[in-house]
Design a protein around this ligand. Structure first.
Ligand code: AMP
Ligand code: ZN
Length: 464
């Protein structure tokens, strides 16, 4: 059996991974808050932990690994967005969840037929949250104030141990609401009151709704028990979210360890800043798919950087990934899935070193070892049939008249740009993109590519 090493945020060290029970390996990852399309930063943990899940299944056997990734479907951002859009909360959350499933499936993350994957929605676990909050009050780890229930940070000695922050740092970082009824400004909300326009549930403290942190403690406990193996998420969640989850869960189950290995992916950035909806510097996975960047290419780019390093999304990386994948698909067409080569498995087992695994795949491609390349790539979720719809074996299969027609429009666009008629240049780009032809402005000039999976691909009459 391969030994896996993982960097545990709790100890800040790379450690051998030893599951509590190798026949029942359990992982929990914080999932999306469903009020908007997933941006490309949100896709990073989804893809990274998908590869970890694949590796765990490979090492321990598919039936012996359980994966829980929750859905946060009650949150103030959701409430605000539903009001803005003038729709019901359920309509917003189910529409957004469908988008999330579609977009992630395009990146090769699709657990629809996986009995070992669980996707609990927070609103389905309100009674578990209420029970947990009541117990925390009983044990004096939480208190009631002005219809709120707050967790008392002072009641938990280890508070701050995951993030290793001082109290001053935590106060500055948490940007917690300063409320006069808090005993300590660090105390955080477990339950808060809802007015008649806000969604709410009956509780011993009046009609209200849960805070965000208690959701993950209640769902992980209900599905994975009081101690489980791996807890993951983006590094932006270490504080306060994961620190607060630990406080709640360990005070609720003092005999348990809660999660034994904490894994955090670093942030995807744009110009050195975290890509975030709140900053507005984001683009969605759907934006890229609509611009004919195939999901497989997005996945490849996300895995080319080790998960513990910050990464930038660039157009150049996507163009290069597309060329590489085209080459790899040419090399492996018709080859059946086999056993992944040791070097690829070892790279992944070494703290999920996907960039080293990709380098190994490049080496296998260079020596034309198609079977090993295919099997190794498949362990990273690449070169699967269901991700290959974008790939057209050879460009000379495309009929010449069509090439002429596309190049005619590319020329027209170049002319428009020379004349500074940007409106016309843009209109031509849209015309091409409407039939699945992506136009790329590169340093070596304008390049184009056809996405055969585009809904209008083949309707070339639209190009007249
Ligand atoms: P949210 O919907 O904002 O709660 O985020 C869902 C997941 O995406 C969490 O695991 C976050 O840590 C992660 N995430 C958010 N922004 C980024 C980013 N720019 N890069 C990487 N992960 C991110
Ligand atoms: Zn969480």
């Amino acid at each position: 059996m391969n030994t896996i090493k993982l960097t545990n945020s709790k100890t800040r060290q790379k450690e051998f991974f030893t599951p509590i029970n190798s026949c029942n390996v359990r992982m929990y990852v914080c999932g999306p808050t469903v009020y908007d399309r997933a941006h490309i930063g949100n896709a990073r943990p989804v893809v990274v932990f998908d590869v970890l899940y694949r590796l765990l299944r490979y090492v321990y056997g598919s039936r012996h690994v359980s994966y829980v990734r929750n859905i946060t479907d009650i949150d103030d951002k959701i409430i605000d967005r539903a009001v803005q859009a003038g729709i019901e909360i359920d309509e917003l959350t189910s529409k957004t969840l469908n988008w999330f499933h579609e977009d992630m499936a395009a990146l090769g993350v699709d657990y629809r037929n996986d009995p070992q994957f669980f996707e609990p929605r927070a609103t389905e676990y309100i009674s578990e949250m209420l029970a947990m909050i009541e117990e925390l009050i009983k044990r004096r780890h939480a208190y009631v104030a002005k219809q709120h229930v707050l967790f008392s940070v002072e009641s938990f000695q280890d508070y701050g141990s995951l993030s290793g922050r001082s109290t001053e740092d935590m106060i500055a970082g948490a940007r917690v609401e300063v409320a006069p009824f808090k005993q300590n400004s660090m105390d955080f909300v477990l339950w808060k009151p809802s007015n008649n326009d806000q969604p709410g549930w009956e509780s011993p403290w009046g009609r209200g709704r849960p805070g965000w942190h208690i959701e993950c403690s209640a769902m992980s406990h209900a599905l994975l028990g009081e101690t489980f193996d791996i807890h993951g998420g983006g590094s932006d969640l270490i504080f306060p979210h994961h620190e607060n989850e630990i406080a709640q869960s360990r005070c609720f189950c003092p005999k348990g360890d809660f999660a034994r290995y904490w894994l955090h992916n670093e942030m995807l950035q744009v110009d050195g800043k975290k890509m975030a909806k709140s900053v507005g510097n984001f683009f969605t996975v759907r934006d890229l798919l609509n611009q004919s960047v195939p999901g497989e290419v997005i996945r490849f780019v996300l895995l080319s950087t080790h998960y513990r390093k910050p990464m930038n999304w660039t157009k150049k990386k996507a163009d290069e990934a597309m060329m590489t994948l085209r080459k790899w698909r040419n090399l492996t067409s018709g080859i059946k899935e086999g056993r992944p080569p040791e070097n690829v498995v070892n790279a992944l087992a070494d703290d999920l070193n996907t960039s080293r695994a990709v380098a190994e795949l490049h080496r296998l491609a260079a020596v034309q070892d198609g079977p090993s390349l295919k099997a190794g790539a498949m362990l990273l979720g690449l070169l699967h049939d269901n991700l290959g719809h974008w790939y057209a074996p050879k460009s000379n299969d495309i009929d010449e008249i069509l090439v002429e027609r596309i190049e005619f429009w590319i020329n027209q666009r170049n002319l428009a740009k020379i004349e500074k008629n940007y409106a016309r240049a843009d209109a031509i780009r849209h015309k091409l993109s409407a039939v699945g032809v992506a136009v790329l402005d590169t340093v070596d000039g304008v390049k184009w590519a056809i996405n055969p999976a585009h809904e209008n691909s083949g309707k070339w009459e639209l190009l007249e």
